[in-house]
Design a protein around this ligand. Structure first.
Ligand code: ADP
Ligand code: MG
Length: 760
């Protein structure tokens, strides 16, 4: 008998164990039994000999017709060719060794089943060394023939030099002796959801006797994955709830009231509702952990700012963490604008109870930086806006009460935690905002420790965005038309974006070898690049490049670059318009200057990288042309397009691509063009990514613990498992009475090194 944590060596022998370790990273009995088949193959229906095609896996019922033994040409020994027939067609069975043995087995007139892969030799169809089973020529024989053909063969994710059948054999050895004492799913839970035991499930998934067993095994094993994950998250939630936090109730006649009075627009109903629930969360004596989802342009900033003001009114500070320098600067500007004299605390003309807003980024000058650090540490600044620079150790707050993380998809849990630590022994409240709508299942897993709030409706007066795909390769005049549209919009006093996937080096045509997607990193560092501690503004979406379906990855030209496209436009189709470039390699001051000029209407066209992807808010911009749009992910395009149509002018987004009409890339672009429903698009996006990416493995690079469970298709299981996990953890927080769950959890945590789950 062997336990799940027993090393494989003892059971499979050192040689097999070494191959399993080297090729697949499997070390223990548990690893191996959880290496599930990727798919299953029927041994082949009984096939009509006349209809065989090359490459088919078949099982045929036939009778031996002729036998021919002859010496082999290329090496010593005899080969055996046995022709079988089913009365219609015929097929050769080839034996290249043990000819003498098989000659004895296969006499003329003998009937049997022959299984294998059909190959073609000249015009002759044949099976080489088929599997065989012989039957008596009666009714029993016929029934056994049917059974044989029905057998299901598991096909394992294998590696070179480690064929699936060798894995199957090792699994077989282990399955016979493995002992499972503590089923991770408690028996009552299994009964409630009609789930098989782990023992049954493992047997069925590896050695199914029927397709129904595979289905039952899979749903049980998916439950394991969902349940263990949800238990971990439930524990995390419970632990967080137990921590003390300072309540930040705000006060009457404070900044928030004054702010509301001078707000130039009415809050939407959604903003009011979410605002109230945040206000309540901030009043609690335990930290609020809230995820605020709201589509592009839904008006999340105001909601966050109001929450921050409530904290400032309570004597605390709020930090706003932005993913890029451009966005941090923009937040800083729009918040100081919105606050007016209320942000001039201690200055001449400041309101009586005014506070200050500080900006902290990695690349600002030493003096500005010192001042910001001082304002944060002294508590003078009620609001501190910044990039990753905020996370650095020497950044201190007098009394950090609220952490707001904007555009969460660029930050991991670890970073969120790093900022949380800055509040000392009392935890700050946390508000995470994302414009990428997250499907419910992802919210329940990746963001499972946060409560979700949704800002559903867009503020009134928003204009629709029309999106079209421009197939530049097939129809060059469509692209000309795109440039014309820009000229027309500019003629009407509006502005335009042209987005390229790469920065480039300005030497047209010879970008970084292999078309390194993130130009900011791939190309030589220009002077005044982003300072240490700050992320490049371009965070390229590798998921988008991963479809490989467009063929010839290597043959693909490098993506178009800002520094090539901008001069091409300025000298050609957009000659005479005021254009400028914006990308992550510009000095931050230069970036800031360009953004200000564009916002002030001093520029007509901004040729940019995804640096403008999130948050950039210039209502007068009405058209966007995305070059090589197929190089971007679905959500990313949705984000980008959100930069136009923000004012009263209808927006137009043109997705330019060379991708072939029938390609996956074109499908993706058509999807983006077909809807502006961010939720729908995020589902499409999710479908096209591998699960690991979704679970943040792209951040950690680690193997996901999810093998069978898919976030998209298994919503029901995830939902039910969450309920069960919450109940179980409430009742037995340390899992003392549930050793099976504790064991499984330890295994997963070990594997994941607690990436998005808290280290135990
Ligand atoms: P996002 O949710 O994408 O971050 P923002 O907070 O940047 O959206 O808001 C987009 C724009 O809408 C901003 O210019 C903001 O001032 C404006 N806005 C926010 N709320 C309202 C509202 N209730 N009515 C009108 N405009 C609003
Ligand atoms: Mg925003």
């Amino acid at each position: 008998m062997a336990t799940l944590d027993e090393p494989l060596k003892k059971l499979t022998g050192p040689k097999t164990a070494k191959v399993l370790h080297d090729k697949l990273g499997l070390d223990t009995v548990g690893d191996l039994v959880r290496h599930y088949p990727r798919r299953y193959q029927r041994r082949g229906e009984l096939t009509d000999l006349a209809s065989l095609t090359e490459g088919d896996d078949v099982t045929v019922l036939a009778e031996v017709k002729t036998i021919d033994k002859r010496p082999m040409r290329s090496r010593r020994g005899n080969m055996l060719e046995v022709v079988v027939t089913d009365g219609h067609g015929q097929l050769s069975l080839m034996f290249f060794h043990k000819a003498a043995y098989f000659e004895k087995e296969l006499w003329k007139g003998r009937r049997g089943l022959f299984a294998g892969k059909v190959s073609l030799y000249g015009r002759k169809r044949q099976l080489a060394h088929p599997e065989m089973q012989f039957f008596a020529d009666d009714e029993t024989g016929a029934r056994r023939a049917a059974d044989f053909a029905d057998q299901i063969i598991p096909v394992y994710p294998s590696a070179q030099g480690l064929p699936s059948w060798q894995i199957a054999k090792a699994v077989g050895v282990v399955l016979d002796v493995v002992e499972i004492d503590d089923d991770p799913l408690p028996v009552e839970l299994r009964a409630r959801h009609r789930l098989a035991s782990l023992r049954e499930a493992l047997t069925w998934i590896h050695r199914p006797e029927g397709w129904d067993q595979i289905g039952r095994a899979q749903s049980r094993l998916k439950w394991d994955e969902a349940f263990v994950l949800q238990v971990a998250l439930a524990q995390r939630r419970l632990a967080a709830e137990a921590l003390p936090a300072a309540p930040r109730p705000g006060r009457a006649d404070g900044l928030l009231e004054a702010f509301d009075k001078q707000l130039p627009f009415d809050l939407t109903e959604g903003q009011r509702e979410v605002g109230e629930s945040l206000a309540e969360g901030l009043r609690a004596t335990h930290p609020m952990h809230r995820l605020l989802q709201g589509d592009v342009g839904a008006g999340k900033t105001v909601v966050a700012l109001r929450a921050m003001l409530q904290v400032v009114d309570s004597g605390g500070q709020a930090a706003l963490l932005a993913p890029t320098e451009v966005l941090a600067q923009q937040h800083y500007r729009s918040i100081t604008d919105l606050l007016g004299p209320m942000a001039d605390g201690g200055r001449l003309g400041g309101a009586d109870d005014a506070t200050r807003v500080a900006l902290l980024t990695g690349s600002q000058g030493a003096a500005a930086r010192r001042e910001a650090l001082l304002e944060a540490a002294s508590g003078q600044a009620g609001i501190v806006v910044g990039t990753h620079a905020l996370l650095q150790e020497h950044v201190q707050f007098a009394d950090l009460g609220l952490v707001v993380v904007d555009e969460q998809h660029r930050f991991g849990v670890e970073q969120r935690d790093a900022l949380r630590e800055k509040a000392g022994d009392r935890r700050p409240h946390v508000l995470v905002m994302t414009a990428t709508p997250i499907p419910r299942t992802v919210a329940m897993t990746v963001y499972g420790d946060l409560d979700v709030a949704v800002l559903g409706q867009l503020p009134a007066g928003r204009s629709p965005i029309a999106t079209h795909v421009v197939p530049a390769a097939d129809k060059p005049h469509y692209l000309e038309r795109a440039w014309e549209r820009i000229r027309e919009e500019v003629g009407k006093g509006h502005q335009a974006y042209v987005v390229c996937p790469r920065i480039g080096d300005g030497a047209s045509g010879d970008g970084p070898a292999g078309g390194a997607p993130a130009g900011g990193r791939g190309a030589a560092a220009g002077s005044g690049g982003p300072g240490p501690g700050d992320l490049d503004d371009e965070v390229f979406d590798f998921g988008a490049l991963d479809d490989g379906a467009d063929g010839g990855d290597e043959a693909r030209r490098p993506p178009l670059a800002v520094l090539d496209v901008a001069p091409m436009l300025a000298d050609g189709p957009l000659a005479g318009l005021r254009t400028a470039v914006l990308h992550g390699r510009l000095h931050p001051d230069e970036k800031d200057r360009v953004m200000r000029a564009f916002a002030a209407g001093e520029l007509d066209v901004l040729v940019a990288t995804t640096v403008i992807e999130v948050g950039v808010d210039v209502p007068n911009a009405s058209v966007m042309v995305v070059m090589d749009a197929d190089r971007f992910g679905v959500s990313q395009l949705h984000q980008l397009r959100g930069r136009v149509g923000r004012g009263s002018v209808p927006g137009l987004c043109l997705l330019v691509t060379d991708a072939a009409e029938e390609s996956k890339a074109r499908e993706r672009l058509a999807a983006v063009a077909s809807t502006t429903d961010g939720f729908e698009l995020s589902r499409i996006d999710l479908e096209q990514r591998r699960e690991g990416d979704v679970l943040g493995a792209s951040q950690s690079g680690r193997r996901s613990s999810l093998r069978l469970l898919t976030l998209l298709r298994d919503e029901d299981i995830i939902h039910e498992a969450r309920g069960e996990a919450t109940t179980l953890v409430a009742d037995d927080p340390e899992l003392d009475r549930h050793p099976g769950v504790a064991g499984a959890l330890a295994e997963v945590l070990d594997e994941e090194r607690a990436d998005y789950l808290e280290k135990a």
